[in-house]
Design a protein around this ligand. Structure first.
Ligand code: S3P
Length: 168
């Protein structure tokens, strides 16, 4: 049975772009936990945070992780905070290889600035917030089976590396 490829990492680390490259190269389906949450809730992530709060969002995210963990042969692009609930990592690690995409905070900041605001980074000093959250989450991200750096933005190279490393 095929094992899943699970991408974790901070917002802006390249998870969704890399997931798309991997699904194209492998011909596997892709699942984004954020997209599933939005579908389930019928509203955008930013609105869930605004109207129901982060705890509510984390509960829905956990339900979605359990659903995704029942699938096989998929590439999973996880929301950056998925590591905050230990049971999420436990469930995901059982289904496949968890890959942490590390990225320098300055580069995350640059990328995030080009995209619509994430609720957690909609603050006066987003770079400081990125640095704080990265520090808080460092040991959690380090539980991944593999870490690959995406700071140079060459995600095709990262995809090749993953495919090479996961070859039987
Ligand atoms: C979050 C990351 C976001 C989204 C939500 C919370 C986080 O996903 O799940 O805004 O806590 O890091 P991306 O990492 O896909 O942006």
């Amino acid at each position: 049975m095929k094992r899943n490829i699970i991408l974790i990492g901070f917002m802006g680390s390249g998870k969704s772009t890399l997931a798309r490259i991997l699904t194209e190269k492998l011909g596997w389906p892709g699942i984004s936990t954020d997209a599933r949450i939005e579908l389930k809730e019928g509203r955008k992530i930013a609105d869930i945070f605004k109207d129901a709060g982060e705890t509510y969002f984390r509960n829905v995210e956990h339900q979605v992780v359990l659903e995704v963990a029942a699938e096989r042969g998929v590439v999973v692009d996880c929301g950056g905070g998925v590591v905050l609930i230990p049971a999420n990592m436990e469930a995901l690690k059982k289904t496949g290889t968890v890959i942490y995409l590390s990225c320098a905070p300055q580069e995350i900041y640059r990328r995030i600035n080009l995209q619509p605001k994430r609720p957690l980074l909609d603050v006066p000093d987003p770079l400081a917030k990125i640095q704080d959250l990265l520090k808080e989450r460092q040991t959690l991200y380090a539980q991944a089976d593999m870490t690959l750096d995406t700071t140079d933005g060459n995600l095709s190279r990262v995809a090749e590396e993953i495919i090479e490393k996961l070859k039987p």
